[in-house]
Design a protein around this ligand. Structure first.
Ligand code: SAH
Length: 345
C-alpha cells in the first residue's frame, strides 16, 4: 500500500525544509486523481458535462462546424483530462451525425478515470501528456476543467523582497510560509506591491497551452479550452480545495481534496499566440453555449421527455446563468493559422 501523502510531505519538509506550493499542489493532485473518481453526486465536485448531455453536445456541434468549414479533413479528437469520458461521449455522438468520426486520443494520468473513459468511449487511445499524441493529422482538442488542476507557482512580497510561497509545518499542521531565496527575478512584471501581496502564475498551464498551440501549428486543427478564470491580471492566491461539494482548507489533507486555482486566460492566450496559434476568441460559457443553440436543444429535449422538462431547464440555467456557471467559466477558442473561425466567439 502507498504511504499516505501527508507522511511523505512531513518527512520531506523535516529533512529538506519547506516545499514549494507548486510541488505541493502537483503531488497532492497526482495522488488525488490517481486514487478515486472525484466526479458526481457521490464524489467531490460536479463538472459541466456531468450536469447535462447538452454541454458535450454543443462542443460536438462546434467541432463538426469548424471541421466542415475546414474542408472535412481526416482529424483526431484529443481531450485533455476527460474525467469520466462523458463530454467526449456526448460530443462524439453529435459529431457522428455530421459524418465526423475521428480517432480518439485522451490525455489522462488517472488509472481510475481511464477505466471510466474506456467504458464510455470504446476505441480511445491514452497518453500521459500532450506531447505523446502522434503527429501527422489535424486535431480537434478539448480541455474542460483541466488547466485549473495544474500546479501554480506563488510569489509573496516580504520586507526582504519577493520570495517563493512554500509549505512548511508548524504545530503539526501544514502552513504557507515565505521561502528564503530571493525570487525578485521571477516576478513577471515590476509591480510596487505592499508586503503580503501574492502573485500567482501557472507555468504548467502556460506550457500545456503552448504545447496545444504547437500541435495546431504543426498539424492544423482547432481547440476549445474551458475553465473558471479571469481575463485581467490580478494579485492574490486563488488556490482552493473542494471536498464533498464544499470548500475545504487546501493545507488540511493533501491528496484527499481537489486543489484548483482560477485560470489566467490572458496568460493562456499569450502562451498560445506566442507559439503561433490563432486566438479565435474568448467568451463567457453562458453566452457561448447560447450562441451554439443550447436553448433550442433544451426545448427539444424537454418536448421529447416532458417528465424531465424541469430537470432540463434547471441544467440549462446551471450551465448558462450569470450567477451560476455562465460568466465565471470562460471558453477560449484556438486554431491553426490557416483554419477558419469558430462559432460562438
Ligand atoms: N474534463 C472532465 C474532468 C475534469 S477533472 C470534466 O469536465 O468532467 C480534471 C481531469 O484532468 C481529470 O480527468 C484528471 O484525472 C485529469 N488530470 C489532472 N491533472 C492531470 C495531469 N497533470 N495530466 C493529465 N491529466 C490530468
Amino acid at each position: 500500500m502507498r504511504e499516505p501523502l501527508d507522511k511523505v510531505f512531513r518527512r520531506l519538509i523535516a529533512h529538506t525544509g519547506p516545499i514549494s506550493i507548486a510541488q505541493y499542489m502537483a503531488e497532492a493532485n497526482a495522488h488525488y486523481y490517481a486514487t478515486r473518481d472525484p466526479l458526481g453526486a457521490g464524489g467531490d465536485f460536479v463538472t459541466a458535462p456531468e450536469v447535462s448531455q447538452m454541454f458535450g453536445e454543443m462542443i460536438g456541434i462546434w467541432c463538426a462546424d469548424i471541421w466542415a468549414r475546414a474542408g472535412r479533413p481526416d482529424v483526431r479528437y484529443v481531450e485533455a483530462g476527460p474525467g469520466r469520458g462523458t463530454l467526449a461521449r456526448d460530443a462524439l455522438r453529435v459529431m457522428a451525425r455530421f459524418g465526423l468520426t475521428p480517432q480518439v486520443h485522451f490525455i489522462e494520468i488517472s488509472p481510475v478515470l481511464r477505466a471510466a473513459q474506456a467504458a464510455l468511449v470504446p476505441g480511445a487511445q491514452w497518453h500521459e501528456s500532450l506531447g505523446r499524441v502522434p503527429e501527422g493529422a489535424p486535431i480537434l482538442l478539448v480541455a474542460n476543467e483541466f488547466l485549473d488542476a495544474l500546479p501554480v507557482r506563488q510569489l509573496v512580497k516580504t520586507p526582504q523582497g519577493w520570495r517563493e510561497r512554500m509549505v512548511g509545518v508548524a504545530d503539526g499542521a501544514f502552513v504557507p510560509v515565505a521561502g528564503t531565496l530571493p525570487m525578485d527575478a521571477a516576478v513577471p512584471h515590476a509591480i510596487d506591491a505592499p508586503h503580503g501581496t501574492i502573485i500567482e502564475t501557472s507555468p504548467a498551464a502556460a506550457a500545456s497551452v503552448g504545447e496545444v498551440a504547437r500541435m495546431l501549428v504543426r498539424d492544423g486543427g482547432a481547440a476549445l479550452i474551458i475553465d473558471y478564470g479571469y481575463m485581467d491580471a490580478q494579485t492574490g492566491s486563488t488556490l482552493q480545495a473542494v471536498r464533498g461539494h464544499a470548500k475545504a482548507d487546501p493545507f488540511a489533507a493533501p491528496g484527499e481534496a481537489d486543489l484548483t486555482t482560477l485560470v489566467d486566460f490572458a496568460a493562456a492566450a499569450g502562451a498560445a499566440t506566442r507559439a503561433g496559434a490563432r486566438l479565435l476568441g474568448t467568451a463567457g460559457q453562458g453566452a457561448w453555449l447560447h450562441a451554439l443553440g443550447i436553448a433550442a436543444r433544451a426545448e427539444a429535449l424537454a418536448k421529447a421527455q416532458p417528465a424531465h422538462a424541469d430537470a432540463v431547464n434547471e441544467a440549462l440555467l446551471r450551465l448558462t446563468a450569470p450567477d451560476q456557471m455562465g460568466t465565471l467559466f470562460q471558453v477560449m477558442g484556438l486554431a491553426a493559422p490557416h483554419w477558419p473561425d469558430g462559432a460562438g466567439f
